[in-house]
Design a protein around this ligand. Sequence first.
Ligand code: GLP
Length: 241
Amino acid sequence: MKIHVYESAQAIGQAAAALFAAQVLAKPNSVLGLATGSTPVPTYREMARLYEQGAVDFSGVTTFNLDEYLGLERSHAQSYYHFMQENLFQHINVPQERIHVLKGTAPDPEQECLDYEEAIRAAGGIDLQILGIGNNGHIAFNEPDTVFSTQTRVVNLTESTIQANQRFFASADEVPRQAVSMGIGSIFRARRILLIATGEQKAGAVRAMIHGPVDPQCPASILQLHPDTVVLLDRGAARDL
Ligand code: GLP
């Protein structure tokens, strides 16, 4: 893992967006893996700025998002589809037909997951995957588990994730209890991974990811074994390193 510490979330956003821009400049038909959560928002803002300035053209790009709440319509304000449109896709020029977000209301969610995995494979695999990290070390919606070999599937959210994400909903009762998520296996196949974390509330998870044992109880710890992972942290998230 290559670990870099920055002074602010905005500086991380600039560095992460520069890595995306470099990826797309080097390979205009790149397959990008994208994440939701508050952490990548400055990155997406900076990607939009680079696009507006003409520094990068996303017209040849294909994207796959990590996950989606089960049961939320795409039009729901807290759906990850809606989040991505608002925070990134409305501001850059990825063709809508090459944007992939798992459907939380698919009639057969298991089939939706199999089809998604196949679509990633058919697109040639993910070139660059951005990740945030949950307070319990989860990546996408891969909660602490006993195995790493998971593929895209239906998952149950833990109580700690429901609590952490309730800030986006009127109450904890409204947070969906399940999601569809790319697995650890699916994420690990990305050629390059960029994990970003900001704030002291992530310090414990970041320490476990980097210095802890490689153990599915800390899903992000698998990244110790990935051949090309870059970790961008602010001083808060790097506090316990
Ligand atoms: C959710 C998402 C993750 C994200 C995590 C942290 O659980 N499924 O992909 O990394 O939240 O979110 P935040 O960046 O808001 O702390």
